[in-house]
Design a protein around this ligand. Structure first.
Ligand code: URC
Length: 321
């Protein structure tokens, strides 16, 4: 009956942060859902009820808000996440690793007479940008290793043709007809990963320092900085989805990943998770109407469950992560 604590992590989830940065009359905003998890010399908090090693998750929340106030990087989820994670592992001697996941909600400037408004925004879609940052101090507090992944969640797309699914295994379990034309809809989750890099530890007493010079990545922050790659990933995902003569979700996914990597030199891997959101032509034979032959299918029943689920990671040849 012997047992032991095999692994653990803890922190604060769903810290909702809205930040405004006022540049004279032009206001910039971000809204984040932040998850902060810590790992380190924390076993005794589980095994011996030793709260003396616990940074309260309430304090983790407070630190998140404090950094949102003072960090010059708050408008970039990648930089803000790195600043927060670097502070946590630098401030607390026994914390070995900080993992920060940020979900960024969409706020787009309202266009008034075709001109982006200074301080009014709209939620144009439920898609989110997602950023996962890790700062690892396992090799020492002065040898911090940072890693960044970023991507998109819940990007809902649909096409009405240019998608087939044929040639799959047919046996006693098969009821699905082969089709050379169908509706293809998915809610894209994509996460792409950059090579890890060193971060110079903050040298100020409060361990709050964090600037570009501390990032020892090729091209520093610029190599993987959020927006360029994130816009490219979104564009590639949408354009492959729209233009591919899809043989299957699997084949289209692979093309998305290949193109993302070939067009973004700093990205080493891309993981796509694509539910296949089925739209089934309604059988109207009961009233003498053909609505099921592909060319005549016009009325569909969207099926919320079950859905297919296709996930794969495409990696750059020769890259170690
Ligand atoms: O693109 C698809 N891939 C599958 O693996 C699959 N399975 C299924 O029933 N429909 C589909 N469509």
């Amino acid at each position: 009956m012997a047992s032991y604590l095999a692994e653990s992590t803890y922190g604060k989830d769903k810290v909702r942060v809205f930040r405004v940065v006022r540049e004279d009359k032009v206001h910039h905003i971000v809204e984040y859902n932040v998850q902060v998890l810590l790992e380190g010399e924390l076993d005794t908090s589980y095994t011996q009820a030793d709260n003396g090693v616990v940074v309260a998750t309430d304090s983790i929340k407070n630190i998140t808000y404090y950094l949102a106030k003072i960090s010059p990087h708050v408008l970039s989820a990648e930089r803000f996440g790195l600043h927060l994670a670097t502070h946590l592992v630098s401030k607390y001697a026994h914390i070995r690793k900080a993992l920060v996941t940020i979900e960024q909600l969409r706020w787009t400037r309202i266009a008034v007479d075709g001109k982006p408004h200074d301080h009014s925004f709209l939620r144009d879609g439920e898609e989110k940008r997602v950023v996962k940052v890790q700062v690892d101090a396992s090799r020492g507090k002065d040898q911090l290793v940072g890693s960044v992944s970023a991507g998109i969640n819940d990007l809902l797309v649909l096409k009405t043709t240019g998608s087939a699914f044929e040639g799959f295994i047919r046996d006693e379990y098969t009821t699905l007809p082969q089709v050379d034309d169908r509706i293809f809809s998915t809610s894209v989750d994509v996460l792409y990963t950059f090579a890890p890099f060193e971060i110079t530890a903050p040298s100020d007493e409060k361990r709050l320092e964090f600037d570009e010079k501390q990032i020892q990545a090729p091209g520093r922050l610029g190599a993987w900085e959020g927006l360029k790659v994130s816009e490219s990933a979104r564009e590639i995902t949408l354009s492959v989805f729209a233009t591919d003569e899809s043989a299957s979700v699997q084949a289209t996914l692979y093309k998305m990943g290949q193109r993302l990597i070939s067009q973004n030199g700093a990205v080493n891997r891309a993981t796509y998770t694509l539910p296949n959101k089925h739209y089934i032509p309604v059988d109207l034979k009961f009233i003498g109407i053909d609505n099921t032959s592909p060319a005549l299918a016009e009325v569909f029943a969207p099926v919320s469950a079950p859905s297919g689920l296709i996930a794969a990671t495409v990696a750059r040849v020769g890259a170690s992560c």
